[in-house]
Design a protein around this ligand. Sequence first.
Ligand code: NI
Length: 139
Amino acid sequence: MSKLVRFGVSLEEDLLQRFDDLIHRRKYTNRSESLRDLIRQELLKQEWEEGGDVAGAITFIYDHHTRELLNKITDIQHDHQEIIISSQHVHLDHHNCLEIVAVKGRVKKVLELADSLKAIKGVQHCALSMTGTANKTAK
Ligand code: NI
């Protein structure tokens, strides 16, 4: 871990009040930790915009009785196997399945896979959660 550096920040009083309310709601114990997370988040965003590597998970729900749905989902995952680390299938109830696909690779490829899965008719609640793989933004 690199050396800690202190720096002063000037802020309008009402803006600081709103920030304190926000970090309280998000259960941060102090301003420094929340600022660090905000900075990391912005650095990650920049990395993604520059097309860097990301790791993440794509989660979605579908009714396995829907015709051809399972085949389409499998085909798309095979087409993107170079960025898929693992996938987990959970039988939620009689109809619904939950699938969690762990991914790692170029942000463009990851977004492409998430969009392809989302676009399949019958796939519901498809969500992508991404984080960086670079050490400079790691905690
Ligand atoms: Ni299932």
